[in-house]
Design a protein around this ligand. Structure first.
Ligand SMILES: Nc1ncnc2c1ncn2[C@@H]1O[C@H](COP(=O)(O)OP(=O)(O)OP(=O)(O)O)[C@@H](O)[C@H]1O
Ligand SMILES: [Mg+2]
Length: 332
């Protein structure tokens, strides 16, 4: 299958008054056409910086791209001008945010916003535009679309606004949809509806999706492939089956153990991950998870593990999985 996106050795930093924040530290991953890739990890691990880098939405400065490439359909997005990126955004790559108000214009009727988005790339009459906006609202199951098309974002409930944002994002039939925590602020029923809707639209338009979420239940439901990020790095990547059935990095194992289960006993406690991720002003020299890891070895403190392949594209960054690691001797 064709790769639609190929991120190679991406390094993104923020130059701040206090020094450099190494937000994304040499990450590589790719996405195949029509597939869904989930990015998971604790707060501050670099998920949004990765997504916003693909969209080139981060202001430079303070952001500096220190290295790497973001190849979309064979071309490096990091080399595109702002004019070229404007053409790509909203036309070929769209983004859905956690807070719809960040992408909806509060002073404009939603129909007009959908039409404006399409008009940037296609010449359509007012009447055609209106019809298309109504059709898009209908597709995302907004009731009474003929009436709703003339309303402002504040007249919609949170879940409905999220639908409108998805309609706006999908209106130009993008080949890549990036959704950053699209349902975190919604209640579970609405969340399920929105996710189902994204899946349906993906099938209809053949789009590929990057889904950023804290919710591993959503990942299991939606994703084909998963990358697990920690302290600006990818610590594990594989298919959804690899990650859920055979997690090989201690961080992934702990993330999974922290998910509440229906079968849990009343007295059973959840396995929270003790401690906090390291400061990215001065990221640790060795494994970033070292001080929270109950399987850590001497080597982990000062030596950064590379990627080990535990089988057909299932990669992880843990010394324990080094081919020479033996249970009693550690990595040799
Ligand atoms: N404008 C900024 N200036 C300095 N550092 C920043 C800035 N924006 C983000 N960072 C840092 O970059 C790192 C990655 O942030 P990012 O927003 O990508 O995290 P995230 O994984 O999306 O977290 P969350 O789950 O909370 O959304 C964090 O350490 C954060 O402090
Ligand atoms: Mg984020």
């Amino acid at each position: 299958m064709e790769k639609i996106l190929d991120v190679k050795n991406l390094q993104v930093s923020f130059q701040t008054f206090f020094g450099e924040v190494e937000a994304v530290r040499d990450i590589s991953f790719s996405l195949e056409e029509g597939k869904t890739l989930a990015i998971v990890g604790e707060s501050g691990c670099g998920k949004s910086v990765t997504a916003n880098s693909i969209m080139q939405l981060l202001p430079k400065p303070p952001v500096v791209y220190k290295g790497g490439e973001i190849i979309y359909k064979g071309e490096d997005l990091l080399k595109k001008s702002e004019k070229e990126m404007t053409e790509i955004r909203g036309n070929m790559i769209s983004m859905v945010f956690q807070d719809p108000m960040t992408s909806l214009n509060p002073t404009m009727k939603v129909g007009a916003q959908i039409i404006e988005g399409v008009r940037r790339h296609r010449n359509i009459s007012n009447e055609e535009g209106r019809k298309y906006a109504i059709e898009m609202l209908e597709r995302v199951s907004v009731p009474q679309p003929e009436k709703r098309v003339n309303q402002y974002p504040h007249e919609f409930s949170g879940g409905m606004r999220q639908r409108v944002m998805i309609a706006l994002a999908m209106a130009s039939k993008p080949s890549l949809l990036i959704a950053d925590e699209p349902t975190t602020a919604l209640d579970v029923t609405v969340q399920a509806q929105i996710l189902k809707l994204m899946k349906t639209l993906q099938k209809e338009f053949g789009a590929s999706i990057i889904l950023i979420t804290h919710d591993l239940g959503v990942v299991a439901d939606m994703a084909d492939d998963v990358i697990v990020m920690y302290a600006g790095q990818i610590v594990e990547k594989g298919t959804v089956d690899d990650i859920f059935k055979n997690p090989s990095h201690p961080y992934t194992q702990k993330l999974l153990a922290a998910v509440p289960k229906l079968t849990m006993d009343r007295n059973e406690t959840l396995h929270a991950i003790d401690g906090t991720p390291p400061d990215l002003y001065k990221p640790p020299q060795g494994c970033a998870f070292f001080d929270r890891c109950d399987q850590a070895m001497v080597i982990c403190e000062n030596h950064m593990p590379g990627f080990f392949d535990s089988g057909s594209g299932h990669y992880n960054r843990c010394w324990k999985n080094h081919p020479s690691y033996t249970r009693n001797g550690g990595a040799e």
